[in-house]
Every structure is written in structure tokens, then in C-alpha cells.
Design a protein around this ligand. Sequence first.
Ligand code: LLP
Length: 386
Amino acid sequence: MKGTFPINKFRELRTPFYYYDTKVLRDTLSHIRTEVAKYGNYSVHYAVKANANPKVLAIIRENCLGADCVSGGEIRAAIKAGFPTDKIVFAGVGKADWEINLGLDYDIFCFNVESVPELEIINELAAAKGKIANVAFRINPNVGAHTHANITTGLAENKFGISMQDMNHVIDMAHDMKNLRFIGLHFHIGSQILDMGDFVALCNRINELQDKLEARHIRIEHVNVGGGLGIDYGHPNRQSIPDFKSYFETYNSHLKLRPHQTLHFELGRAVVGQCGSLISQVLYVKQGTNKQFAILDAGMTDLIRPALYQAFHKIENITSDAPVQTYDVVGPICESSDVFGKAIDLNGVKRGDFIALRSAGAYGEIMASGYNCRELPQGYTSDELV
Ligand code: LLP
């Protein structure tokens, strides 16, 4: 089953561009709200890194999510889109002074701190402004995730977070720093996780850590479990809404949250992944020795995930019903890795056909680059193209 697209409107636009189906986005957000409402003390922050298109951010903000930011630029984008500053969390292993100062100036909800030197600098910069910064520690739980090696983050060998062994020491340090308020623990094990068992492993680890802290009479107000819920790249239409029910239920059944605690989530891909497609046109069909190539006007500069993570995106010829043939679908960039898919079955392709690369709403437009002096792709919503 192919997706449905406003092809006549597409013909008026210059390809390649991103197309966001706002019905899918709104339905996804509505599912999140329904599931979260069951639990009362759950708070979801949208991971802005997945997609910071202002039109997409505006719809997410209307649905009352907070924002998870990893740079000063993302904090600015979130504030511009109207996210309340007291619902902004700021993570990242390398926060620059100006970015910390920006967070302090806006009185953001929390800095997710990843190292001792960072803790010291936040304390120092907060003191200079006469402010108290809320901090949570990102703890590396040494929990693996069944996902691509480049997007797993919770193992001891990764650069992220503070080790479990150092946790007590760092919490003690924070208590001695006058311009900090220690409010919680933060975790994130990786991205595109479909096996709920991985989240169960995280819950078990958090339970152990909480017990240890409680034995030391250390009070944790907020537990943040990061993001990571995956989407079905193989079936963007059949499963356009990720399995939020199982996801939140998993945390509800396995995490021993104390009654006074709030549980925070930072979902990126699961919120925006399925609403977006990269729309491209076929430039040429080229016969190779023993295969044929469909050469698109979109390349790895527009969607880098296949080249960087060998990621699969469903490819559809949305303007052809011709008999199916097999193609290597490639872009125009001067790199052999500029390939969207090999041996892909598509309805017969000819020059000018529109090709949709599906499930590209997350880590698509935002990761585009100007390599080869190419223009960045535009993003349009279905609301605009009626
Ligand atoms: N919280 C933290 C601390 C993170 O590092 C990330 C993603 C998220 C939340 C959101 O994760 P999500 O719910 O989207 O899985 N560019 C890669 C994904 C990199 C994810 C980085 N961190 C890709 O295209 O697959």
C-alpha cells in the first residue's frame, strides 16, 4: 500500500523537499496524550534534535509537550515555537558557556549534566548571575540496546553520562555547590528501540540505583528515562502510530517510581518519524551492466540516514502504476555511499516521476547538509498544500 500525497501541489514545488502529513503528526500526538493521561505523573518532552522545522514544532507545542534540547540553538528554536521555558530540559556532553548562560537566563527546567567539570562550570556561571540551576545527572546505566551501533548510547564504552560508580560522589559534590539544586537522574540508552525488553533492563537498573540512593537518604524528585522508542520503517502506512501503549505500560509495570516522583520522557523519532517523507523526482534511469539505476534529484545531503547508519526507508514511486521493476535508487552526490536502496522494487520509473522516501520525519531535514554546495531542502506541511 502506497501513501497518499497531493501530487498536483507537488508539481508546483521544486524537488527535493520534505512533506509533513499533519494528520499523522496530530494523531500521533493525540495517542501520546491519551496514554500519558493514564498515569498522572508522566511528562513527555519532545526531543527537538529529531526535527526542528518551526511548523512541526508549533503543532507539537500545541499538544503541551515539553522540549528536550541539546544546544543553545535548539533552546532558541523551542522558545521561538512557544514551548514554556519551565518545560525545557538541556542535555549534551559538551555544553558551551554561552549555551549554559542562555539556559540560565531563561530559567529552564533542568540541565542534564554529564560530567564533573560541567557541573562546576554550571555552578560558577549560575553564581555569577545570582541564580540557582536545577540539575539532573545523566547516569550511564551500562544497558545495551538492540539497535545500530551508532545510535546506542547507554554502554560504559560510550561517551555519554556519568558512570554508576561515580554517581554517589557527584551527587555529594552537587550538594556542596551553592548555586545548584540536584533534582533528579537522567538516562538514555539509545534510539530506534523496538524491543521493550531493553526498556525493562533500564527500569531494573534504575530500581537498583534508587534503592541505593534511598539507603543514603538521598531524595530524587525527577526520573528522566530519555527517549528511544522506535518506529516501523517497513510499514509507514500500516503502523503509522508507534506502540506508545506498550511503551508507557512497560515503564508503569517495571519502574518502581516513588509516589512523589515525576517520570520524564524525551521522545523524538516516535513523535515525528512517520509524518514526514522526502519527496524527490527522478532525473534519469540509467542501465548498468546487470542492474538499472533510478537517479534521483535528492541525495545523502537531504537524507543521510541510509549512508550513515545503513538505515532502511521505504521508497515508493507515487506517480506510476506501471509494472514493477527492480532498481538501485541513488542520489546525485559524488560519493559511492549516496545510495537510498539497492534492488528496490518500484512501479516502472521514468524521468520526472515523484519518489517518496517514507518515515523521514525524524533525523531527516534536520540532518541535511550543504555538501556539494547544494541547497537545503524545504519543508512543507499538508496544511499548506491544500
Ligand atoms: N534523549 C537523549 C539524551 C538523546 O540522546 C536522544 C537521541 C533522545 C532523547 C531522542 O531519542 P529518540 O526518541 O529520537 O530515539 N540521528 C540518529 C538518531 C540519533 C539519536 C540521538 N539521541 C538517527 O537518524 O537514527
